[in-house]
Design a protein around this ligand. Sequence first.
Ligand SMILES: O=P(O)(O)OC[C@H]1O[C@@H](O)[C@H](O)[C@@H](O)[C@@H]1O
Length: 305
Amino acid sequence: MNKSGAERDHHRAAVEVSKDKNGIDQFIVRNPRGTSVKVSLHGGQVLSWKTERGEELLFTSSKAIFNPPKAVRGGIPVCFPQFGNRGSLEQHGFARNKIWVIDRNPPSLQPNDSNGKSYIDLLLKPSTDDLKIWPHRFEFRLRVSLTVDGHLTMISRIRNVNCKPFSFSFAYHTYFSISDISEVRVEGLETLDFLDNLCQKERFTEQGDALTFESEVDRVYLSSPNTIAVLDHKKKRTFFIRKEGLPDVVVWNPWEKKSKSIVDFGDEEYKQMLCIDGAAIEKAITLKPGEEWTGRLELCVIPST
Ligand SMILES: O=P(O)(O)OC[C@H]1O[C@@H](O)[C@H](O)[C@@H](O)[C@@H]1O
């Protein structure tokens, strides 16, 4: 067996397949230290990211509805080809509400991406019904991988396989699990401009301090640095979000009143979650025929004092 074949088998051996209660395949990608990521074919959604001690790093609502084709409240659903209600499609686009397929013969990783990673590739292509509401042929390859040190990387490659250009927006809608929203601060968004979804998407400028939370927040920060940190004082851990090809960052917490209006979300659960999404929203991505776009997100968590 040549090296790349052996390497591939190693990656495959690290992936376990199971079915959710609706019979839809989900995959658990493990690294040698026991860190794991669970990915569902439903929505191409990451549902869980656990440390070697079994600690869950992503939030999923206790009221989440596992009823395809609806996306599950939590984890990391992918918003494509539209973010939010900025367009004529359903909220956050259709990708999160589709059944994806697994690619059993994925192309090999870039040399700098292959070091000790276990990974899985999911694919989405538009159905005839999708083409009626969004008439653009695309191929979406989502690679979810885990390094030996437990870093979770998601790489989306979207290719235009049509004969005319199309444009889209995109977000990795990441629900971080936190101790308490009042104990958390976000660094990396200071002094940036943002569009406030709570004020008709009006543009404001953030002040010089790290973000802390004391009421509902629903914002798109523009042209952000490529590293953002979420510091959780009570849990004594910090999430680092590193992104490429994703200039914007969404910050969302529904707070008390909005939480009560979301059916698949507990009244008090806003305290234990914070969505920080690597995204491309303000300036739509346009692909000419044959062109491909890549959006990369790397998440890691480190203990802090
Ligand atoms: O309930 P959904 O469709 O998953 O969206 C949740 C939230 O997602 C956020 O990203 C949006 O900025 C919010 O406006 C929205 O309420």
